[in-house]
Design a protein around this ligand. Structure first.
Ligand code: IMP
Ligand code: MG
Length: 175
């Protein structure tokens, strides 16, 4: 079944942005002698991470974690739990957390809190998309792709009910 979809960010725009982010990341970590690990939050970050990591020159590890999403829950229910933990150790490493989209900021702020207790050398955030008007918690995002209005978007990893992650652009579903 196909649904009407309005392109918000085209495949070309995404690819150009990923390349740009890769250049920033290469510069940022060029002088660090610590091991670098990219941490992707499953499942939304997978497509972005796959493209992004191929722009990073420095050898690095890829690791993944799944945290519980609070769905449409209220603010008070926004407790984030680890459903699948990292496979590797991050102690003393440069950690780059890769996310598909930051909405309220709750997920990433909890993830950063949890990762900090494991004593990495550094933690930075990279997100493809951000919805600044939805932010409830301030986050220092070092590497940011696109800022978008408060619209529900899918594609390039982003889902609606676990579907549409494979769409090669970012689009709005005509609901
Ligand atoms: P936050 O904790 O509110 O920042 O939520 C971030 C998570 O919400 C993302 O990782 C996505 O899984 C999901 N999300 C937020 N906005 C969208 C959207 O427009 N499309 C698809 N998923 C979204
Ligand atoms: Mg997500």
């Amino acid at each position: 079944m196909t649904v009407p979809m309005r392109v918000m960010i085209s495949t070309d725009e995404i690819q150009a942005k990923v390349k740009q982010l890769g250049e920033q990341i290469n510069q940022f970590y060029a002088n660090s002698d610590k091991d670098l690990v990219l941490i992707g939050l499953l499942r939304g970050s997978v497509i972005f991470m796959a493209d992004l990591c191929r722009t990073i020159e420095k050898p690095h590890e890829l690791d993944f974690m799944t945290v519980s999403s609070y769905g449409g829950g209220t603010v008070s229910s926004r407790d984030v739990k680890i459903l699948k933990d990292l496979d590797g150790n991050i102690q003393g490493k440069d950690v780059l957390v890769v996310e598909d989209i930051i909405d309220s900021g709750n997920t990433l702020s909890k993830v950063v809190e949890m990762l900090q207790t494991r004593n990495p050398n550094s933690i930075e955030l990279c997100t493809l998309v951000s919805k600044p008007s939805r932010r409830e918690i301030e986050l220092d995002v070092k590497f940011l792709g696109f800022e978008v209005e408060d619209r529900f978007i899918v594609g390039y990893g982003l889902d609606y009910d676990q579907k549409y992650r494979h769409i090669p652009f970012i689009g709005e579903i005509g609901l």
